[in-house]
Design a protein around this ligand. Structure first.
Ligand code: HEM
Ligand SMILES: *[C@@H]1O[C@H](CO)[C@@H](O)[C@H](O)[C@H]1NC(C)=O
Length: 502
């Protein structure tokens, strides 16, 4: 090992002494800095020792990262750190520690880490990746506006019910034949965000709408590609190279232009007396001049896009899991339909008020979210100052992930952790809340759309089961395997929707 290195150095030195000296001192500097960082505090959370710069990268089984992390969890327990580049990642498991990080020390771990592929496009705009005062202002405004447009009120419920009728029509057109419901469900879910932000819904076959949804889907796919991951480590080099990251940036530009066009339309039609949607409300906020505020048109574009990104894929993936579980567990589907028939009947659509009288259906929806576990490690946060967690020193800049899988599959909390079983959320026939159920996270940065998502899940799910029974196509076995995209989604499947004979 040392011999060839020695001769390489020798010939380097012969050829270019100055450059070699420079290279050697750079390596030494980095090593020294690394050792200093590791030694300066002996009380870091445990974790696998890593190499300078590359960290634990080569310890990962890249084909099956799950296997490596299982090894780490087993060895180090509920809190451990890994390193990649100059970043430290802290993985936290178990309800008490998750609450410590997200609630008790919620103010410390309130920010999102800067992810270069996002930063390149979004900068510090929007709701999901923004931080500090801008995040606070935008989040408060978005929550208030969602509420004004009917979150928790009848008007929003009516929009979801109307969309459910379109969804039922689109599924009826499949005539009971095997089909992949991905497309129709995505359309229905994103139309709810469209109607809140743009003030109108799109026909499922509208060319512009399909283009928009295709771009959103492409962006989520492209982000997981290796070039984009490489961009996250070496943005200043990758910026100049071709690759899928460039295609990602192009798709982003397309959706930006789409939203900019809709904003332009809203400006032309703006009626000072009437605020019809999120964009109208935002334009009015823009017209108040306040130099200290983060309200600007670029932020309107990215807040709108964030509502799409955060609100469409998540809810749509959960509904796709729901239909799949119904087809795989027909007895459970039958019990839900019996409850729908008893409480709602067939002559009217389900409403949010029905939920209270439908504990079994409500429990089943929660169970879909527990098993689907679509955001397994939550959305990352970052320590804004040095702090102490579980007695360990956690320096400012540490990226924190919380292992929601461990919570949702904890054998101490769930009777049959690996099996779909609505009884997990029932006690004496009544719905029972569980502390170890956190699909929307918890604390000050909890999912902004939780209430909207819950309304959509309940109404779309019950409206569909009122009208159809979902079944595996003849002679087919449906797989419950998941496909890890940005969210954990079911591998794409075909299913039959048989109209219920009444
Ligand atoms: C089943 C559906 C959904 C799930 C499982 C889900 C889950 C989550 C999770 C785990 C987070 C991270 C929270 C944290 O950092 O602690 C989050 C953030 C967020 N969600 Fe959702 N979400 C869903 C639906 C929605 C919908 C429908 C909207 C649309 C309004 C939405 C908007 C957001 C936004 C804007 C954020 C960022 C909040 C912030 O950083 O302050 N989500 N969501
Ligand atoms: C999260 O928890 C699950 C279940 O305990 C475990 O199998 C997995 O390896 C953990 N993931 C990480 C990244 O620590």
């Amino acid at each position: 090992m040392w011999f060839p290195l020695g001769s390489v150095l020798h010939s380097l030195w012969e050829g270019a002494p100055l450059q070699t000296l420079f290279l050697l001192s750079a390596i030494l500097l980095i090593l020294a800095k690394y050792l200093q960082k590791r030694r300066s505090h002996l009380n870091y959370p445990p974790g696998p020792p890593g190499l300078p710069i590359v960290g634990n990268f080569f310890q990962m089984d890249l084909k099956n990262p799950q296997k490596t992390t299982q090894k780490f969890t087993k060895k180090y327990g509920n809190i451990y750190c890994t390193h990649v580049g100059n970043l430290t990642f802290m993985m936290v498991s178990g309800l008490p520690l998750i609450k410590e990080v997200l609630v008790n020390q919620g103010h410390v771990f309130i920010d999102r880490p800067k992810v270069p592929v996002h930063f390149h496009v979004i900068k510090t705009f929007g709701l999901v990746m923004s931080n500090g005062q801008a995040w606070k202002q935008q989040r408060r405004f978005a929550l208030m506006t969602l509420r004004n447009f009917g979150l928790g009120k009848k008007s929003l419920e009516a929009r979801i019910q109307e969309e459910a009728r379109y969804l039922i029509e689109a599924i009826r057109e499949e005539q009971g034949q095997p089909f992949d419901p991905h497309f129709q469900i995505n359309n229905a879910v994103s139309n709810i965000i469209c109607s809140i932000t743009f003030g109108y819904r799109f026909d499922y076959h509208d060319a512009q709408f399909r283009e928009l949804l295709k771009s959103l889907d492409d962006i989520l796919h492209l982000e997981t590609r290796w070039e984009c991951q490489l961009f996250n480590i070496f943005p200043w080099i990758m910026k100049f190279l071709p690759g899928t990251h460039q295609k990602l940036f192009k798709e982003w530009r397309k959706v930006e232009i789409f939203v900019e066009g809709i904003i332009k339309q809203h400006k032309e039609d703006l009626n000072p007396e009437e605020t019809l949607d999120f964009i109208d409300a935002y334009l009015k906020e823009l017209s108040k001049d306040n130099i200290h505020s983060s309200f600007e048109e670029k932020n309107l574009v990215f807040c709108t896009l964030d509502l799409f990104f955060a609100g469409t894929e998540t809810t749509s993936t959960t509904l796709r899991w729901a239909l799949l579980y119904m087809a795989v567990y027909p007895e459970i589907q039958g019990r839900i339909q019996a409850e729908i028939d008893r409480v709602v009947g067939q002559s009217r659509q389900p409403t949010m008020d029905d939920k209270e009288n439908m504990p079994y259906t409500n429990a089943a929806i929660h169970e879909v979210q527990r098993m689907g576990n679509i955001i397994p490690f939550n959305v990352p946060r970052v320590a804004t100052v040095d702090t102490t967690v579980a007695g360990y020193h956690v320096p400012k800049g540490t990226v924190v992930m919380t292992n929601l899988t461990a919570l949702h599959r904890d054998p101490k909390e769930w009777a049959t952790p690996e099996t779909f079983n609505p009884e997990h959320f029932l006690e004496n026939g009544q719905f029972k809340k569980k502390d170890s159920f956190l699909p929307f996270s918890i604390g000050k940065r909890v999912c902004l759309g939780e209430q909207l998502a819950r309304a959509e899940l309940f109404l779309f799910f019950t409206c569909l089961l009122q009208k159809f029974s979902f079944q595996a196509p003849p002679n087919t076995h449906l797989s419950l395997d998941s496909d890890v995209r940005v969210t954990t989604s079911p591998v794409s499947y075909k299913i039959c929707a048989l109209p219920r004979a009444m």
